[in-house]
Design a protein around this ligand. Structure first.
Ligand SMILES: [Cu+2]
Length: 695
């Protein structure tokens, strides 16, 4: 009996060891695993054992190996992968520590105290603790009573305070509170006029201001839950089925994804959210994969509100660096957030005490059959000959038909390729707003980076119930009775380390310029042509959209197509939106990386976060703007393209009580990268036959 038990134990143990071993076979760019988070926690806690030093982990993420190390590993992926390291930002004794932990040797490689401006990412735990404080704070209880509200129906939320010229500041955040009586849409019912300031190191309320009483908007009309809606319902939408009887056309090996002609690595970071690395595309002619993007992610998101009054002026958020896009990732709902053919992946981050937290279904990956056309042509110009030929042609060529137009007979050729793409999706719900982040890979070589804005607007309570009553500046749109949707912007800055067919690239501005015809050889008076300019240094590559027509291409000056063009990838922007705040306004000093839509920098591992590593209450001294001032050489170098996509948001009534998705984004598109159309020889996808259906 005992020996049987031993055998079972042995088998269980071996299986456990085996599963550990197999789960430790990392790609060097894999995000940290739960056991690695635990290891980091153990190592750091062991270094600071004193229990009265209340250590909190504000950020733990992969300290990715240097690029040359990854590239050399890639050339021989069977070789030993580079050592795994974690980068940690911890708060300890009111100081921010930057710690690097070597996970293979369990050793702290470096630990330095940060003395600069700004503070790290806010953890969910400290925000949860902060919002509990008002419930026991006597002046607040009094203010709520004064308004005739029920304290148990009041919920507070956290808001970063920004920076407005203070020389020194404590690590604080502000709380604003909302009334949830009769609705799940708490953001629609602000208890306006009260501001609380919480010191996060002390975890106590240090400032309180009850400045004015404004009617709390009513609950009626604020619900978004289906179960709470009353008839009439509509518009009615019919369902559709999406089946892939042969399964998905993509493969996921760990976090490496391959599909059609693409392969890439999908990582997750508590701050950035999704990180796409090592995206390369298979060239059918050259019979090999060719590099496109070494690494891409959303580096920062700047959301300044346009209300300068006491309760609102500071609302100038940096959603990625203050709240964390990854930390804000929510579990995706199958069949709703993603289609039926989607595959879901979980993600992990570390909570403030360092223990791993799982976000189930944080990503979905799916083949997108959106009903779009990849390419097509109908040819009407080829004359037909006689009817018997026509019949032969129709039978043999299947897609070719013949039409008779006014007795003139033509052979009509139609070729169509339906578009299919691969989408990687994550949704970050940063408080009231929901951001849908899509990376879409197309067989044609394009990468479309989509961003969808939905969720609840940040609104302000006012006394007005009709626009006729408004005689002052209210800084927004009256959306419903007592509710103003305040004007604001969303600026998303993407980090795009393009490696077009190799890591040494150049940035080319193809200016479209009007040429006047001055001689009399042509009846034309003008035309436009392309005048190319290669950016030599960083200052040549700062672009504001909308000023003049230009095509922006990242080329590999060392690689040419058969006919001699430099291989490249072009940036096709979505909109020409730029900040409207004065350059010397404090929020814009911190968000100055949005002053240009495009920046190009030489690759530097430490330059990741456009608004700086410590963004909360930052003073704008560690931003993309400051790095770029060095005006480094960028021609035929390993370069990084930074692109800001902006939205000026003038709220409208349709955005209330929940906002239909507003979509934006941009495209990275091959430009003389291939020798000809890379999807010329793509066959239409196989027809799918329903398993038990004869008709
Ligand atoms: Cu908005």
């Amino acid at each position: 009996m005992a020996s049987t038990l031993k055998l079972i134990l042995f088998l269980l143990l071996s299986f456990h060891i085996f599963s550990l071993v197999s789960s430790h076979r990392h790609h060097p760019l894999d995000s940290l695993t739960p056991s690695e988070f635990t290891l980091v926690r153990t190592i750091v806690n062991k270094t600071y054992p004193s229990s009265n030093l209340n250590i909190t982990f504000q950020y733990i993420g992969l300290d990715e190996p240097d690029k040359p190390i990854i590239l050399s590993w890639l050339s021989n992926p069977k070789s030993k992968p580079p050592p795994r390291r974690a980068f940690v930002i911890a708060r300890l004794d009111k100081q921010s520590h930057e710690i690097i932990v070597d996970l293979s040797t369990s050793v702290i490689v470096s630990d330095k105290v940060y003395h600069g401006h700004g503070y790290p990412l806010l953890t969910l735990d400290e925000q949860s603790a902060a919002v509990e404080l008002p419930q026991k704070y006597e002046p607040f209880i009094e203010s709520i009573k004064k308004r005739g509200l029920n304290l148990s129906e009041v919920v507070c939320s956290t808001f970063t305070v920004g920076w407005f010229g203070e020389l020194k500041s404590k690590r604080v955040l502000k709380l604003l509170c909302f009334y949830i009586d009769g609705t799940a849409n708490l953001y629609a019912r602000p208890v306006e006029g009260i501001t609380l300031v919480v010191d996060l190191d002390e975890m106590k309320i240090v400032e309180y201001n009850d400045r004015l009483i404004v009617p709390v908007p009513k609950a009626e009309g604020t619900e978004y839950r289906e179960s709470k809606q009353k008839p009439p319902f509509g518009p009615r939408l019919n369902g559709a089925a999406l089946v892939q009887p042969d399964g998905p056309g993509f493969k996921i090996d760990g976090h490496a994804v391959s599909w059609a002609n693409w392969k890439f690595h999908l990582g997750f970071d508590v701050r950035a959210g999704p990180i796409i690395s090592l995206a390369s595309i298979y060239d059918l002619e050259k019979q090999k994969y060719r590099q496109v993007l070494y690494r891409g992610f959303i580096s920062e998101m700047f959301v300044p509100y346009m209300d300068p009054t006491e309760e609102w002026y500071y609302k100038t958020f940096f959603d990625s660096g203050e709240f964390g896009f990854g930390q804000s990732a929510v579990s995706l709902k199958p069949l709703a957030d993603c289609p039926a053919n989607a595959v879901f992946l979980d993600a992990y981050y570390a909570s403030s005490d360092g223990t791993p937290v799982k976000i189930s279904n944080a990503f979905c990956i799916f083949e997108n059959h959106a009903g779009n056309i990849m390419w097509r042509h109908t040819e009407l110009e080829i004359p037909g000959e006689n009817v018997s030929d026509i019949i032969v042609i129709v039978v043999v060529l299947f897609e070719q038909v013949v039409v008779l137009v006014d007795n003139f007979m033509v052979l009509q050729i139609t070729e169509v390729r339906p578009d299919v793409s691969l989408v990687v999706r994550m949704v970050a719900t940063v408080g009231n707003y929901d951001y849908i982040i899509d990376w879409e890979f197309k067989p044609s070589g394009s990468i479309k980076l989509g961003i969808g804005l939905t969720g609840i607007l940040e609104v302000k309570g006012v006394a007005y119930t009709h626009t006729d009553q408004i005689k002052e500046n209210v800084y927004g749109t009256l959306l419903a009775e007592n509710i103003i949707g305040v004007y604001h912007d969303h600026f998303l800055t993407y980090y795009l380390d393009l490696d077009v067919d190799g890591d040494d690239n150049s940035f080319v501005k193809n200016n479209l310029e009007t040429i006047k015809v001055t001689n009399h050889n042509s009846p034309r008076k003008s035309y436009w042509t392309v005048v190319s300019e290669t950016a030599k240094t960083e200052s040549d590559a700062r672009i504001q959209f909308g000023l003049k027509p230009v095509e922006l291409v990242v080329v590999n000056p060392n690689k040419k197509t058969k006919v001699g063009n430099n291989v490249g990838y072009r940036l096709i922007p979505g909109s020409a939106t730029r900040p409207l705040l004065s350059y010397n306004d404090y929020p814009q000093i911190r968000g100055a990386f949005t002053n240009n839509n495009v920046w190009v920098t030489p690759y530097n591992k430490s330059e990741k976060w456009a608004g700086g590593l410590f963004v909360d209450q930052s003073q704008g001294d560690d931003t993309l703007v400051v790095w770029s001032l060095r005006n480094r050489k960028i021609e035929n170098k390993d370069i990084v393209l930074w692109h800001t996509v902006g939205f000026h948001h003038v709220p409208c009534q349709e955005d209330f009580p929940v906002m239909p998705t507003l979509s934006g984004g941009f495209e990275l598109r091959p430009t003389n990268f291939f020798d000809s159309n890379p999807v010329l020889k793509t066959r239409p996808p196989n027809l799918v036959h329903w398993p038990n259906c004869t008709n």
